[in-house]
Write a protein that binds this ligand. Structure first.
Ligand code: FES
Length: 655
């Protein structure tokens, strides 16, 4: 097979690939995470590259690829390596900030490193939420970790006490743990005789206890004083965040976050499922991607906390949506996307880290948060636990996670209903011409002058603008409507006296930033097609809320708390989100930003058996509402495609 080298600029990373490989795959092989919202289908236009030297071949003819070629670029996913080595330049706009991993691995220039640290700003803010704003990651639950060290001095065997070693150990453990059911694996039994005698029957036993059952993880000679650590991981479709926890002190020691490496198989869970199911070795590849992502984070945590070793990490807790949970455990997600949308499992077995290839103690136990249904996963269960909305006497509350899917839970201590409204990842930038995730250079706030129609904006970390993130898109939509640039249906008023409104490639558009102010070679615009996509996304979320309320027979006014979770929760401008009809028009005091509740709930469950048991009970208690059944959701959705809504009585405070 012909092998060729591809050198990617500006990083200067060189990889060897077989001729016929597409450049998106080659970039992945070089550990460069390119944007690929459509998963390499050639339909999103986000994976542009510039061929500096060498001959390439198009995978197939496409209108989009031809249009990109007119601007001097190629679509990486549609461009095949031929019989020559290549030098390929990747523009900033085509790469995700995952380059940081590359920086760490390959010691690239400090410019990228700065962009990395800026991007991680949001991740660090999650850390602050846990360490500073909360008294403890336990959030009111008792410190009673899923794994603990028990130091035992067993009666030594002698001619009078001739019980077998295992019996001697389990009896002592039953007394210490109050567990009646103690499980131990054969490899530990094989070494037990030697281990007990190595320190005159003084041993340290690592035990995982849940609900009266104990699993012996390890038996070590002597009374170890080694601290005990665990890792809680939030496996988001977009971002993966890991928390290193001191299990004995009940505190967060370190955090790390990065993009999910699966992003190269598409932005949303459906693209990942399609890749896993349809591609040869797809499941293995997608599974390995998430394991690699988590291992990178573990390495990052341990680099920052040099005194802690892989072997010291004895337990892990993962929370993610149902598809992520399946892929994390290597379970095929095939039936999640096929009617009647049934996952293989909602409750997952506890497995050993070694079986998954995680770089912690090989015997560490790995717990996975339970899901509720195909599109309501452990991340939402984790969020429900964190908010306490299912606690006895809790008032009616709504938890909304506006991420890739738009999941929500409505309920109180007595009942909980949940749904996923397929909002799509528009608020994460997907399907929007200049949409991007919240990272360096993303426009996050927008103002438009109602007289001159001139725009002002701010970007994350004051970087030169390269695109618009979710909070910026919501701001933008609200301001376009407030100034009359778009009507209630999202149509542009092209007769207004400003050069910022013009006809672009796809129809009317508004120029938010002129090219010379940007860090890219184009004007940053928001088009009528973008507005329509955003209306669909916001309409789906609001229709989901109304449908849940309808199902249980309550009105918007009944809701006492609205918990806003998700990637851009803290950066969301609530008044603007209400103004566009994304969120209900109820008093602002009822809204509470709760940040990354998936990660927080994962920490709680790792540190407290009571929290873990409650999480399992919540998952069993939630009633899933399938929105595709009946007309209720669709009727609400159609009514929600206007700004703010066709029924203005639902938005009494919006003019
Ligand atoms: Fe290449 Fe979407 S066009 S990944």
């Amino acid at each position: 097979m012909n092998k060729r080298f591809v050198t990617f600029l500006p990083a200067g990373v060189k990889v060897e690939v077989v001729a016929g490989t597409d450049l998106l795959t080659a970039a992945g092989k070089a550990n460069i995470e390119m944007k690929a919202p459509c998963g390499g289908d050639g339909t999103c236009g986000k994976c542009t590259v510039h061929i500096k030297s060498g001959a390439v071949k198009a995978k197939r003819d496409s209108h989009l690829a031809a249009k990109i070629a007119e601007q001097g670029f190629n679509l990486a996913c549609q461009t095949l390596v031929q019989d020559e080595d290549l030098v390929v330049e990747i523009p900033k706009t085509s790469v995700m900030s995952k380059n940081q991993v590359l920086v760490a691995d390959n010691k690239l220039n400090s410019g990228i490193s700065e962009a990395l640290s800026n991007y991680l700003l949001h991740v660090w803010q999650l850390k602050e939420l846990l360490l500073e704003k909360q008294e403890s990651p336990l959030n009111g639950y008792p410190l009673n970790p899923l794994c603990r060290c028990i130091r035992l001095t067993l009666p030594a065997a002698n001619l009078q006490d001739n019980r077998d070693d295992l019996n001697r150990l389990t009896l002592a453990l039953k007394k210490e743990t109050k567990c009646t059911d103690i499980n131990i694996s054969l490899p530990i039994i094989r070494n037990l005789g030697e281990t007990l005698r190595a320190a005159q029957f003084k041993v340290t036993v690592l035990v995982s206890e849940v609900g009266g059952k104990a699993e012996i993880i390890a038996v070590e000679p002597g009374h170890s004083q080694q601290p005990l650590y665990g890792i809680a991981v939030d496996i988001g479709t977009t971002t993966v965040v890991a928390y290193l926890l001191d299990l004995e002190k009940g505190r967060v020691v370190e955090t790390a976050g990065t993009h999910n490496r699966q992003a190269r198989f598409g932005d949303d869970v459906i693209s990942r499922i399609v890749y896993a199911v349809d591609e040869p070795d797809g499941l293995k590849t997608v599974y390995q991607s998430i394991i690699d992502t988590i291992n990178t984070l573990i390495t990052d945590l341990l680099i920052k906390q040099k005194q802690i070793k892989e072997a010291d990490i004895r337990v892990m807790m993962a929370a993610g949506n149902t598809t992520m949970a399946h892929l994390f455990l290597g379970i095929s997600p095939k039936f999640i996307r096929l009617e009647p949308y049934i996952p293989t499992a909602n409750f997952f077995p506890v497995v050993k880290a070694q079986a998954l290839g995680l770089r912690v103690n090989p015997d560490a136990l790995v717990f996975s948060y339970p899901s509720v249904a195909s599109y309501v996963g452990g991340d939402i269960v984790s969020g429900t636990l964190f908010t306490g909305m299912g606690n006895e006497d809790a008032p009616i509350s709504l938890l909304i996670d506006i991420g890739t899917n738009g999941e929500m839970v409505l309920g109180s201590g007595d009942w909980l209903v949940t749904c996923s409204c397929s909002a799509g990842p528009a608020f994460e930038g997907s399907g929007i011409t200049f949409g991007m995730r919240a990272m360096y250079g993303a426009i996050e706030r927008v103002e438009i002058d109602s007289q001159t129609y001139e725009a002002s904006y701010s970007t994350i970390n004051n970087g030169k603008p390269i695109g618009i993130c979710g909070s910026g898109l919501i701001d933008c939509l609200a301001k376009l409507r407030r100034t009359g640039i778009i009507d209630r249906a999202g149509k542009f008023q092209t007769s207004l006296p400003t050069e910022r409104i013009r006809i672009g490639d796809t129809g009317p558009e508004y120029v938010l930033v002129w090219q010379e102010e940007t860090d890219i070679d184009r004007d940053i615009v928001i088009s009528e097609a973008d507005v329509k996509n955003l209306l669909r996304a916001k309409g789906a979320v609001f229709a989901g809320i109304r449908t849940l309320l309808n199902v249980v027979g309550f009105e918007l006014e009944s809701i006492e708390n609205i918990y806003v979770a998700g990637g851009f929760g803290n950066y969301l401008n609530i008044p603007d989100a209400i103004a566009i009809g994304l969120l209900p028009d109820i008093p602002i005091e009822k809204y509470k930003y709760v940040g990354n509740t998936s990660a927080k709930g994962a920490c709680m469950a790792l540190l407290s058996q009571e929290a873990w048991l409650e999480a399992n009970s919540l998952a069993g208690k939630m009633t899933y509402i399938e929105l595709s059944v009946g007309n209720l959701f669709m009727d609400e959705f159609v009514s929600s495609l206007f700004i703010p809504h066709t029924d203005l009585t639902l938005f009494p405070n919006i003019s």
